[in-house]
Design a protein around this ligand. Structure first.
Ligand SMILES: NC(=O)c1ccc[n+]([C@@H]2O[C@H](COP(=O)([O-])OP(=O)(O)OC[C@H]3O[C@@H](n4cnc5c(N)ncnc54)[C@H](OP(=O)(O)O)[C@@H]3O)[C@@H](O)[C@H]2O)c1
Length: 248
């Protein structure tokens, strides 16, 4: 058992859920968040007293404040914030996209993430802690239908680097993790279709939530003088598609 505490947003599914298990297994106290309280309860029941669940919507700043204020004393000293909660919605080209979906991605992936970061920074500075942000390969490589999702992840990547500059001299570490295809509920959420999700991942041997969870744990447990700035990872089956040319 370490004496360290990690707060993982989006611990009700996919990467965040796998990370909650991996950090608990490594002896960390885990605060897991998400909107689905039933899933947090089930995970806390599985992990035990080492985990505390906080059910709230990342888009609701008052709910974030209320949730953080409700933390039991032994969970209040956060050493590591993993900003993982996020989503993509829709695959349509920008000219046919749904503006409400664009806003939901920005409110979750950017506004929720900066609010959580802002609220926890004083504790993280005090404890010489760390922040790991889930960006994506979509931050660097555009693809059709990626429009606002890619924009939010480019924000996360650049915000991570900017935080490093601001936190210079504090000892706080900041990392942007930029995965390619990971099989989670991501595609089900994006498309609303289990069949579309099965087709995308089928036969592709994608990365798993556990793969990314182990990467997060590795980054978090490196010697304190070492900072991974950005880390891009993909399944072997995924690579680059090149440029497209429209002809008359
Ligand atoms: N899967 C990939 O291929 C991939 C690749 C690169 C980056 N990523 C990034 O990795 C992160 C985790 O995604 P995942 O693949 O694990 O997807 P996932 O299985 O769909 O999990 C997403 C998590 O985010 C939470 N979340 C979404 N909206 C929220 C809101 N408004 N308030 C609170 N929590 C919210 C969900 O919890 P509730 O629904 O319970 O609220 C869930 O726990 C995301 O930031 C995603 O962009 C994923």
């Amino acid at each position: 058992m370490t004496d360290r505490t990690v707060l993982i947003t989006g611990a009700t599914a996919g990467i965040g859920e796998a990370a909650a298990r991996a950090f608990a297994q490594a002896g960390w106290r885990v605060i897991g968040t998400g909107r689905r309280a039933d899933r947090l309860e089930a995970l806390a029941a599985e992990i035990g007293a080492q985990m505390h669940g906080l059910a709230f919507d990342m888009r609701d700043e008052a709910a974030i404040d209320e949730a953080l204020a409700s933390l039991p004393p032994e969970f209040q000293a956060v050493d590591l914030l993993i900003n993982n909660a996020g989503l993509a919605l829709g695959t349509a080209p920008a000219q046919r996209a749904d503006l409400a979906q664009w806003r939901q991605m920005i409110d979750t992936n950017i506004n929720g993430l900066i609010a959580m970061t802002h609220k926890l920074l004083p504790r993280l500075v005090e404890r010489k802690g760390a922040i790991i942000n889930l960006s994506s390969v979509a931050a660097t490589y555009p693809y059709p239908g990626g429009n606002v999702y890619g924009g939010t992840k480019a924000f996360v990547q650049q915000f991570s680097l900017g935080l490093r500059s601001d936190l210079h001299g504090t000892g706080v570490r900041v990392t942007s993790i930029e995965p390619g295809m990971v099989e989670t509920e991501f595609t089900l959420v994006r498309t609303g279709s289990q069949a579309a999700s099965d087709t995308l991942y089928g036969g592709a041997d994608p990365m798993t939530g556990e793969d990314i969870a182990q990467t997060l744990l590795w980054v978090a447990t490196l010697p304190p003088h070492l900072n991974i700035n950005r880390l891009e990872l993909m399944p072997v089956s995924q690579s680059f598609a090149g440029f497209q040319v429209a002809r008359e």
